[in-house]
Design a protein around this ligand. Structure first.
Ligand code: GLA
Length: 702
């Protein structure tokens, strides 16, 4: 049973295969957190301890671990919910009303004691097999007066006491996103957030808290928000040696007036506990995403090898050149040809064109169909880049509809990359986007949309919204984005949607619930990518991670990396090629063809399998990644950043093999046989010579 309840004690237990989450309602009607950890079967063991005041400065509510702490009464801790009632009361006193179970979801119903028309529902959905819990919150105004909501987070978590926690997340910026950091929590609060309207490059909407864990061992608590907009994560070490973690929509420039009969549902949080370190956490999330998050119609499809012409031609798109690229790509084994920016409007640079979604006649005198048909005639699918939420002030669209962007009446409209953000909370703007994209997808045989968003929102004026909802624009922008993509997916279920925002600015579980995959970063330097991809893999699925092989020296670091290494690095996700292959030598084209074939042979293991991060690129010159399916088939990638002191032999122990089985190991075109026990305990010696050397080894159970 995934949900168990002790009726008399009002105790609730949510249980996965190996983990358990417990809370109860105490005599003061507070929803008290009791436990999150390994399974403890006997529910009678649990009871909320009596909390006694330490002093007049330490009220009991400060010491109480609640499931969802609102602002009110003697609470000074970070709160999940802050409202103002019509009489000016800015204080919530809640009490428990009851519970409901719908399938595998438990709903805890609470209400305000004096304003009993104000209801709060706490949702807990348990995925037993995956040991994943999904949490979210709903508030309802069932009264006759408005309730102003100033803050509403999705969930609060209380970590087991007596441990010191380390927070893992990423920091970064454009072309430097997903750089992992680990931070020991000290006193006070740690806040990670986005105020930009997209989940953004700076941090990512999740937390991982561990107490001395590594890849294979130790306690790890994690939660990831299904939301693409402004988020906020607050981790608080209290004066009482406890750690709390809150996650949800950012209260920055947020205000939602709930009118009578209105309700609001927060984004969901995917969370869990692993006692087997970070590796187990990542593999569970990977499987969960493949099973439940990626849009259903695309979920089980193997991702094609794509070619994208952006780095090759940038805005300088010419149909003949694109055709040449397509031919070369097809010869290499590419399955999907994607034309990036520059095909529409007066788009010869980033100064003009955004918003004018007609095919550029000078670049495509015979229309876009010429290229689409050519690509199809080569047996490849066709994909195309769009940036629907944006507009250049130079564009015809902006001249016709200067009122379609977010803005304040007297303020200068700040551009970034020469563009403004369309107010997609407006019905007509939303319709415009749906109409042009629907037409594009109907007129041409397009199977892939790369959906970009190259700047954050600023001057967030949305006067189409009622006065009391204007600060909901950040939320409503994302709501509209999801609705637009969903509508297009419904009309064109065969189309995949890639979420991109100046590279990896839109990597989050909200995006992955509507898009098929992510553009991970504009940084395609194969060495930097190892670090970016390593951090990405902590939370997000391999199958959704697009990675390209591009030209050297790479524009980010001006570094030369052998083509072999570039391929191996990009093969850690869904392979793409993004270089100017018209300029590649015969030898490079031959190698590329071989690598694409090799990737196709093993991509099932990479895209669906379990990832074991054997050696981290953050820790030394060597990094190693093993992907495995059911202990039967594995591929191992090993990378040497730079050779030092003449050391060329590196020993790697494999994981996830059957000790007693024999395996065939294919390494440098030589096949030999070893037992699983040998490969896991003694490992394989890998020879890597020189800077940026890499190997791909295949292991198969006999
Ligand atoms: C963004 C994307 C790139 C490319 C350009 C096109 O920067 O991240 O991959 O599509 O826009 O302008």
């Amino acid at each position: 049973m995934a949900i168990r309840i002790l009726q008399k004690e009002k105790l609730f237990s949510l249980e996965g295969k190996h983990t358990q989450y417990v809370f109860s309602i105490d005599e003061n009607n507070l929803v008290r957190h009791l436990y999150w950890g390994k399974k403890i079967n006997n529910l009678e063991d649990f009871s909320p301890e009596k909390i006694v005041e330490i002093s007049s400065n330490d009220p009991t509510l400060e010491l109480t671990k609640e499931e969802y702490s609102p602002q009110g009464g003697l609470r000074y801790k970070e709160s999940c919910l802050k409202v103002q009632f019509q009489d000016g009361t800015r204080d919530i006193v809640y009490s428990y009303e009851g519970y409901e179970i719908i399938h595998d979801t438990l709903i805890i119903k609470i209400k305000d004691k004096n304003y009993d028309f104000f209801k709060i529902n706490l949702y807990y959905k348990i995925y037993e097999d995956e040991d994943i819990l999904e949490r979210w919150t709903e508030i309802k105004n069932q009264g006759n007066e408005d309730v102003v909501v100033e803050n509403i987070l999705s969930a609060e978590f209380n970590l087991p006491e007596g441990e010191k926690y380390t927070l893992t997340n990423v920091h970064g910026r454009w072309a430097g996103e997903q750089v992992q950091f680990k931070q020991d929590l000290s006193y006070g609060k740690t806040v990670l957030e986005s105020r930009r309207g997209v989940s953004n490059h700076n941090h990512n909407p999740y937390f991982i808290l561990d107490s001395g864990a590594n890849e294979d061992y130790g306690d790890v608590y994690f939660a990831a928000l299904k939301y693409t907009g402004n988020f906020k994560i607050v981790i608080e070490n209290t004066p009482y040696n406890t750690t709390r973690a809150l996650i949800g929509i950012n209260d920055f420039d947020f205000m939602n007036t709930l009118e009578p009969s209105e309700s609001f549902v927060t984004p969901k949080v995917i969370c869990g506990y692993s006692f087997l370190g970070f590796g187990n956490m990542s593999r569970r999330l990977n499987n969960f995403a493949l099973k439940y998050v990626i849009p259903e119609e695309q979920r089980n499809k193997i991702r094609p090898v794509l070619y994208n012409s952006w780095e090759a031609t940038t805005f300088n798109v010419k149909v003949e050149e694109q055709k040449k690229l397509a031919k070369k790509a097809q010869e290499m084994g590419v399955e999907l040809f994607v034309i990036d920016d520059g095909w529409f409007g007066r788009r010869n640079s980033d100064k003009d064109g955004l918003g004018d979604w007609y095919v550029n006649k000078e670049k495509f005198p015979q229309g876009l169909g010429e290229l689409v048909d050519y690509v199809n005639s080569l047996g490849m699918d066709f994909g195309i880049w769009v940036e629907p939420e944006m507009v250049n002030p130079e564009s015809d669209l902006y001249k016709q509809h200067p009122d379609w962007v977010y803005s304040f009446p007297k303020r200068y409209r700040n551009t970034l990359r020469n563009q403004l953000v369309l107010n997609i909370t407006k019905r007509e703007v939303k319709d415009f986007i749906i109409t042009f994209l629907d037409k594009l997808l109907t007129d041409y045989n397009i199977k892939y949309i790369k959906w970009d968003a190259n700047r954050p929102i600023s001057e967030g004026g949305a006067y189409n919204l009622p006065k009391n909802k204007q600060r909901m624009l950040w939320y409503k922008h994302i709501e509209s984005l999801y609705q637009i993509v969903d509508e297009l997916r419904k009309k064109h279920p065969e189309v995949s949607f890639e979420a991109c925002a100046s590279g990896g600015g839109r990597i989050d579980y909200g995006a992955l619930s509507h898009f098929t995959e992510f553009w991970t970063s504009d940084n395609t330097d194969a060495l930097d990518r190892l670090m970016i991809q390593y951090s990405y893999s902590f939370i997000y699925p391999t199958k959704a991670m697009r990675a390209w092989v591009t030209d050297c020296p790479n524009f980010v670091n001006n570094r030369y990396i052998p083509l072999d290494f570039r391929f191996h690095s990009a093969m850690l996700g869904t392979l793409g090629i993004g270089g100017n292959i018209n300029k590649w030598s015969e030898e490079e084209l031959r190698l590329a063809k071989e690598k694409v074939r090799e990737y196709k042979d093993i991509r099932n293991i990479i895209q669906k399998g379990n990832l074991y991060r054997l050696k981290s690129p953050y820790e030394g010159q060597i990094s190693a990644f093993q992907y495995s399916i059911k202990s039967q088939e594995s591929v191992l990638f090993v990378f040497l950043r730079g050779q030092n002191f003449g050391v060329f032999k590196h020993n790697i122990n494999l994981k996830d093999l059957n000790e007693n089985s024999m395996y065939e190991v294919i390494y440098d075109n030589v096949t030999y046989k070893k037992s699983g026990a040998y490969l896991m305990n003694l490992g394989i010696d890998i020879i890597l010579i020189g800077d940026c050397a890499s190997k791909l080894i295949k292991i198969r159970e006999i």
